[in-house]
Design a protein around this ligand. Structure first.
Ligand code: SF4
Length: 390
């Protein structure tokens, strides 16, 4: 076949695809819902520029003021001992390992106090599934943080940890959650979702809470009144269809509870993990941007979609803001899990404000309830970025 004929066929295919996707565009504009096939077509077939344009259009419809929010938070891990041994995790240790640890409430509170001195307003508190940690210690951690930093928002314990704690204590998930509620907790991080299909979980995290357990903790939490985030870790053994199944499961639950505040994706970092023997490279940043755009379009009942400088890189984080995301995640004062996998990212509030402004948005510092606390100056309009050199 001649090159000219190949180009003609490619152009014809692209035109057909574009035509099909213009039907998808009318789906976005008429506020009807993407079904599973349409969602999969968005992820796999729509040209990147068109996908970003559709997602950005939807983001601007919801947030016409061009603000991008971020939170200053800290992410101490109270223990790195974990019996669940997920194959993608470089953070967990066995109880007898030299570098295994379990923080006392006083040690944890001190690390949070130091983060508060650096401006943190939220502590995202998670740890390994350590059988010696009981619900009493969880509550002691919360009290110690409150005593040391009365204004700090405590955002603790992923659904996977809560399911593990309920099993360990031989009480229901609802009882664990009620104890947290009585301790004043109102928001829960949505960690441990990975990919919400049993096939993937059997391969990468066979001992972790399954799909129904993870969703069940969120459903129960939402029923009590908690707000939670929802995460997704992609870029390992999942298929495109499984990414869409993950999104649709979140959308279905959100239809009935309205308890999710935001969707937060990140890619698997092979680093020093067992799974790295099979998955050697992290996903390309373009994949991250596509997933953000698809999430903005498919998760039509989620308010916030997060793009982050932290989980990927600065450029991918900025492109995510042009592909439907309205939130830039956290300026982490302390973080261990990604760092253990060889993914070390640090930035100050000034750095993050600059990154957001350079992407063309107005930075807004928020709290964990997505309430804006400070608004920074808007960026200069494009093309007016300073005097010409003399
Ligand atoms: S990801 Fe969490 S549950 Fe899985 S091994 Fe690591 S610390 Fe344990």
């Amino acid at each position: 076949m001649t090159t000219k004929r190949i180009l003609t066929i490619c152009k014809r295919d692209a035109d057909t695809m574009h035509e099909q996707m213009m039907t998808e565009k009318s789906v976005a504009e008429t506020n009807t819902r993407y079904d599973r096939k349409q969602a999969l077509d968005l992820l796999t077939d729509l040209p990147m520029g068109e996908l970003m344009r559709l997602a950005h259009q939807e983001r601007m419809r919801r947030f016409p003021d061009s603000r991008v929010s971020f939170v200053v938070d800290t992410n101490p891990n109270y223990t790195n001992v974990c019996v669940t041994r997920c194959r993608f995790c470089a953070f967990c240790r066995k109880a007898g390992d030299n570098d295994a640890y379990l923080l006392t409430p006083g040690q944890l509170a001190e690390s949070v106090r130091m983060a508060a001195d650096k401006g943190a307003t939220t502590v995202l508190l998670q740890g390994g599934h350590n059988p010696v940690v009981d619900i009493g210690l969880w509550l002691a951690y919360i009290r110690a943080i409150r005593d040391a930093c009365p204004g700090m928002h405590v955002h603790p314990f992923s659904p996977a940890e809560i399911a593990f704690m309920a099993d360990k204590e031989k009480i229901s998930v609802a009882e664990v959650l009620r104890m947290l509620w009585e301790a004043g907790i109102r928001t829960i991080p949505g960690g441990g979702a990975e990919i919400l299909t049993e096939r993937v979980r059997r391969i990468i995290a066979p001992h972790k809470a399954g799909v129904d357990a993870w969703l069940g903790v969120c459903e129960t939490a939402h029923g009590i009144g908690f707000k939670t985030t929802a995460t997704m870790m992609f870029g390992h053994v999942e298929s495109d269809a499984e990414i869409i199944d993950h999104l649709l499961r979140l959308r279905d639950l959100q239809d009935s509870t309205a308890g999710f505040t935001s969707f937060i994706p990140w890619s698997f970092k092979p680093g020093q993990t067992d799974l790295a023997r099979e998955v050697k490279q992290p996903a390309h940043p373009a994949r991250y941007v596509r997933i953000i755009a698809v999430a903005r379009l498919v998760l039509d009942n989620f308010t916030h979609i997060q793009s982050s400088w932290f989980s990927e890189n600065i450029a991918a984080g900025q492109l995510g803001l042009l592909a439907g995301a309205d939130d830039f995640g956290g300026v982490l004062v302390e973080e261990h899990v990604h760092r253990e996998a060889g993914h070390d990212r640090r930035a100050t509030v000034d750095n993050v404000v600059t990154i957001i402004r350079r992407a063309g948005f107005t930075p807004a510092r928020r709290d964990s309830n997505y309430q804006v606390r400070d608004i920074y100056p808007a960026p200069l309009p494009v093309g007016t970025g300073g005097a010409a050199p003399a």
